[in-house]
Design a protein around this ligand. Sequence first.
Ligand code: GLU
Length: 289
Amino acid sequence: MTFLTFRFAPSPNGELHLGHAYSALLNQRMAARVGGRLLLRIEDIDTTRCTPQFEAGIFRDLEWLGLRWEQPVRRQSEHLAEYRAVLDRLITEELVYPAFMSRGEISAFIAEKGGRDWPRDPDGVPLYPPLDRALPARERKRRIADNLPFAWRLDVEAAMARVTADLSWVEFTDETMSATRAIEAQPQAWGDVIVARRDIPTSYHLAVVLDDALQDVSHVVRGKDLYAATGLQRLLQELLGLPQPRYFHHRLILGSDGRKLSKSFKDTGLAALRQAGMSPQDIGRLVGL
Ligand code: GLU
């Protein structure tokens, strides 16, 4: 018998807030409804911002909330060699290229060329200029030999040309999972995204698709803020021959100012709410569960 598998995948770069509580509890509820498994994954590849203290806080807050998950917990920072192997495949297949421009160079180039009209990705970040993609192989080699820092970026045009299957994903229309609809993936909206950063052989998108596959995740339940990213992740799944999970992108819990919660809003942090005397049931009510 195969079990349906859900996961909650926080990054230990701040304290959990009400938005995380909703996502974690919803994953638990949906998994319970179908007798599925619930995994916890620690997404800590960003070593400059993730800390063991935040990670310990995640375990403490989730246990307090009443969440139960399988052991062992996968910690992304312990699997860099696996990401490296997948990156090497993309390099060999010429689906990624070394991108040398610094943030300052990118902004200066865009200010000069397009200014406000320069296209942006769904998160509002300007698309990467096409200069490095056009570099001759000899020049790339020279720069790498000179130890110039670079990230690996996806050549999204080349990648799209490689994919023959229909690029869409299956989205549940609500948490009861009784109906689905097909959503057309639009990876080009992200331009040539980073698949491996200067300091680590992966990025969020690459690690997440590989981990979901390695952990047999069948159902990805996460916030609507990652809806558009799913199109890009579907492209990576196709390029790497990985199975596609089904998705449910849930509503976001907004702050009293109507904006998305961030890790710096102390008043919605779970630890602060617990210290203020709230119970796990109060948290459930606050997020509408
Ligand atoms: N680690 C991501 C975050 O904390 C979530 C990734 C995902 O659910 O796909 O925002």
